[in-house]
Design a binder for this molecule. Structure first.
Ligand code: NAI
Ligand SMILES: O=C(O)C1=N[C@H](C(=O)O)C[C@H](O)C1
Length: 250
């Protein structure tokens, strides 16, 4: 039996690529394309089992709640999620009327990016310094990227677990934010450049040595195997799953 899939944000860069990937995938059937102005309802979802959301950070949480209420499982690639918004989804999924529903939210579906996050967290305890540089196309609406935030959090958690203190940094004056955003103590720098798609570099430093871990998504095709995997697996995972790494046994 095939899995019926609705795509929310279907007219966007990711949404349109996902529609094509669903149409090309064995055992998946594209049954609905929704975009801005469309209401989420059983009617518009047209019998979908799973909805995939690639929309906008300002709307993705509302979409997820509406999709759960409409009785579908949800795969989310949209960024902008916080601990609080994750918690609200967990609470929603715990209600009796949402029994059996599941949601997967992943800041990045590309294998190279998921491995970069995993390798960075593994390496973090061995280095005094760690910073993240994300580089994206100039149409991206949010900074830092969801992937960079997740990477920085993973590094920070690994440093804390290893008992490492703050990264060394003697900077005293930075009126224009040249040292970037600081996510859980890890500096994150965002580049927006015409010609780029989605890239990230994690730099880790010790006296006399540097480790660089880099991921490059040159094409949105890079995200599709991960999205298709999540669509296939979401139904078997009750509750909220955060990150594609959880599906890859990393
Ligand atoms: N998790 C991952 O692997 C990836 C995540 N992303 C994230 O996906 C999101 C979308 O990125 P793009 O496709 O590049 O953006 P985009 O701007 O090309 O597409 C977004 C689409 O969502 C639609 N939209 C906006 N509000 C809506 C609503 N309330 N209901 C339905 N549709 C709505 C827009 O009209 C547009 O067609 C961003 O948050 C981006 O960071 C992007 C690439 C990979
Ligand atoms: O907007 C994008 O393009 C991307 N967004 C995601 C993010 O913010 O991490 C994933 C990837 O970097 C592409």
């Amino acid at each position: 039996m095939s899995i019926a899939v609705a795509v929310v944000g279907a007219a966007g860069r990711m949404g349109s690529t996902v529609c094509q990937a669903v149409q090309d995938a064995d055992g998946l059937e594209l049954v609905a394309r929704l975009d801005i102005g469309d209401t989420v309802s059983a009617d518009t979802l047209n019998g979908a089992d799973v909805a995939v959301d690639f929309t906008h950070p300002s709307t993705t949480e509302d979409n997820v709640h509406a999709l759960i209420d409409a009785g579908v499982d949800v795969v989310v690639g949209t960024t902008g999620w916080t601990d609080e918004s994750y918690e609200r989804v967990r609470e929603h999924l715990a209600r009796p009327e949402a029994a059996g529903r599941s949601v997967i939210i992943a800041p990045n579906f590309a294998l190279s990016a998921v491995l970069t996050m995993s390798f960075a967290a593994k390496a973090a305890r061995y280095f005094e310094s760690a910073e993240v540089i994300e580089l994206h196309h100039p149409n991206k609406v949010d900074a830092p990227s969801g992937t960079a935030i997740a990477t920085a959090r993973g590094i920070a958690a690994a440093r804390a677990e290893a008992g490492l203190g703050p990264v060394p940094d003697a900077t005293e004056t930075d009126p224009d934010g040249a040292r970037g955003a600081v996510v859980d103590g890890v500096h994150v720098h965002a580049v927006r450049l015409r010609g780029l798609t989605a890239h990230e570099e994690v730099v880790l430093g010790n006296p006399g040595e540097q480790l660089t871990i880099r991921t490059d998504s040159f094409d949105r095709a890079s995200f599709m195997p991960g999205v298709v995997l999540a669509v296939r697996e979401v139904g078997g995972r009750e509750g909220l799953t955060i990150g594609l790494d959880r599906l890859l046994d990393l």
